[in-house]
Design a binder for this molecule. Structure first.
Ligand code: NAP
Length: 543
């Protein structure tokens, strides 16, 4: 049972019942649910339109790595029947149109303030409300705040000495110009070879005059086999309820055959057959082929070597193929990429790879990028530099705000890593919910499945509070401690902590290295979350 503490809010009613931060897919659905239930709710959004990730990340080739029929809302059967997904994996423009369609279809725009960034939140424990201050100097009060701020929304922008001296154009994939960029016939340098880099490189290679890729760590990538979607969409339209039900209780939040077999106990020929089948199907299910791939180093190495052999088969120059083959971390311990002809790009004469382990970036000059050690410097001349250097994942957007709860800021509390109960609330910060917060499945799952679950869970909690005449909800410290320990223990059963990944916060200098998402699976997490709700919000203090 939850603990009840006594108290009533002092003072006048707040401006809003609920203030939601962010108009990405999480914020839009949250606003829709709240409006239907009669809450006075408003979204504050930094961008000038809805769409979140798909509003900002407009780089060439930007595309989802979960199939469109799964990376879509399930809450309205009519919406899912009426929307046409033209490709197996939707590209950014289509995803942005979808977000806009949803905003218009449900009349959400009237309750969204665009072009405004939340800077600070101050909790008033007498009035049980947050004061939310935005960058236009305005303050609003709200009983509840829901941070729908996204897991990969704050770009990581490493400092490259001399970047400001570069005479050409500089673009970050995470903030690509809305009018597009003409790269035709230009000499382009790309730094970063994660998902954003791979997609950009593949998309721009056919149009640029010269492409030089600066790689620090190669990525494992599985083929997307993207293409027209009529058949999949027709099948999905017939079976959406079953598809959604399956996804909600699955490990990953989308349809993916989960193997019960261990690789190390399966014959080599059968292992190969299973990998071949998944490779031919395409997509992220590759890493679910055997249940020990992420737990057993030997199994992991066999899976990794399968992918490296595929890279060798695609890249004609064996030395180059080796440079493109990851060897420094277990496969799937960094987010795998889903590609469409990425490795083949390097077979073209105008494309070259610079291995930053051999020649690190020294500085950037007016002409281009200088690499190498003293006496061995080399300048790569270019007209354009594209930076695909990633994000301050999971905690970045929350820590970017000054969130002051019971005295401390959230940033101070999370100095040694995020601490939450269920990834939904953090002790000391009452009435502040997070959608897909740290220590929830979030980035390890189909975000749509996880977003919908969290929004539904939070909405149900707000309804519970309203029905019981309650006004304050806070994670209990002991429940939070237990949850943090559980998530850490689960991660330690896997190979995930071995990688210097953004899951671990390792891409941000000075950030505490701790595995941030809950790795126990979407279905299991859902059962836990539902159990907590049924037990009158066990582990939360209600007032
Ligand atoms: P990322 O995976 O973190 O990749 C960043 C890349 O930049 C890495 O190759 C990194 O190298 C490199 N880098 C960072 N700082 C550098 C420096 N100072 N010098 C040289 N190289 C540097 O970021 P991302 O590609 O934006 O992807 C982040 C996540 O967003 C993905 O994992 C995925 O979850 C999501 N995403 C999904 C899609 C999709 O759905 N298809 C597309 C884009 C992004 P190191 O590895 O050595 O640090």
């Amino acid at each position: 049972m939850s603990e009840r503490i006594s108290g009533t809010p002092q003072g006048s009613a707040p401006d809003l019942d609920v203030l939601v931060i962010g108009a990405g897919f999480a914020g839009l659905y949250q606003l829709h649910r709240l409006r239907r239930l009669g809450y006075r709710a408003r979204i504050i959004e930094a961008g000038d339109d809805v769409g979140g990730t798909w509003y900002w990340n407009r780089y060439p080739g930007a595309r989802c790595d979960i199939e469109s029929v799964e990376y879509s809302y399930s809450f309205d059967p009519e919406l899912q029947q009426e929307w046409d997904w033209s490709e197996r994996y939707a590209a950014q423009p289509e995803l942005l149109s979808y977000a806009r369609h949803v905003a218009d279809r449900y009349g959400l725009r009237e309750d969204i303030t665009f072009g405004t960034r939340v800077e600070r939140l101050d909790w008033d424990d007498d009035a049980y409300r947050w004061t939310v201050t935005t960058d236009d100097g305005t303050s609003r009060t709200a009983r509840y705040v829901i941070a729908a701020t996204g897991c990969l929304s704050v770009p990581s922008r490493p400092v490259f000495e001399g970047l400001e001296d570069f005479a050409g154009e500089v673009y970050w994939t995470s903030g690509w110009p809305h009018d597009g960029v003409d790269l035709a016939g230009k000499r382009v340098a790309v730094i970063g070879t994660g998902s954003s880099g791979l997609q950009t490189i593949t998309a721009i290679a056919p149009v640029v005059a010269e492409l030089t890729v600066f790689q620090r760590t190669p990525s494992f990538a599985v083929p997307a086999h993207n293409g027209p979607n009529e058949e999949r969409l027709a099948e999905a339209r017939k079976h959406y309820p079953e598809i959604r039900e399956y996804s909600r209780m699955s490990r990953t939040g989308f349809r993916c055959p989960e193997s019960q077999r261990t690789l190390t106990e399966t014959g080599a020929e059968e292992v190969r057959r299973e990998f071949d089948t998944r490779w031919a199907d395409g997509g992220l299910c590759f890493s679910s082929a055997f249940k020990d791939v992420l737990r057993d180093a030997r199994a992991n190495e066999i899976a990794a070597e399968y992918v490296r052999a595929r890279i060798r088969a695609k890249v004609r120059d064996p030395e180059l193929a080796e440079k493109l083959s990851p060897r420094t971390y277990p496969i799937a311990s960094k987010r795998m990429c889903v590609d469409t002809g990425y490795f083949e790009v390097y077979n073209q004469d105008h494309v070259s790879l610079v291995d930053l382990n051999e020649q690190p970036v020294r500085r950037i000059t007016a002409r281009g990028i200088v690499t190498g050690g003293a006496g061995h410097e080399r300048t790569y001349d270019c007209d354009v530099i594209v930076l695909a250097t990633g994000f301050d994942a999971m905690t970045g957007a929350l820590n970017a705000m000054e969130i002051r709860g019971d005295g401390r800021t959230l940033r101070e509390k999370w100095e040694h890593g995020p601490r939450t109960y269920l990834g939904l609330m953090s002790a000391g910060f009452p009435n502040l919910f997070m959608v897909t917060g740290p220590q929830s499945p979030s980035v390890l799952s189909n975000m749509m499945t996880s977003v919908e679950y969290h929004v539904d869970w939070i909405t149900r909690a707000l309804e519970y509070l309203r029905e019981h005449g309650l006004h304050r909800m806070e994670a209990a410290p002991e429940a939070e401690d237990n949850w943090v320990n559980t998530t850490n223990d689960l991660a330690d059963l896997t190979l995930m902590p071995q990688a210097a990944s953004w899951y671990m916060g390792a891409n941000i200098p000075g950030k505490q290295r701790v595995f941030m998402p809950f790795i126990g699976g979407v279905g299991t997490y859902r059962q836990i979350g539902d159990g907590v709700a049924v037990a009158h919000y066990h582990g939360f203090e209600l007032a």
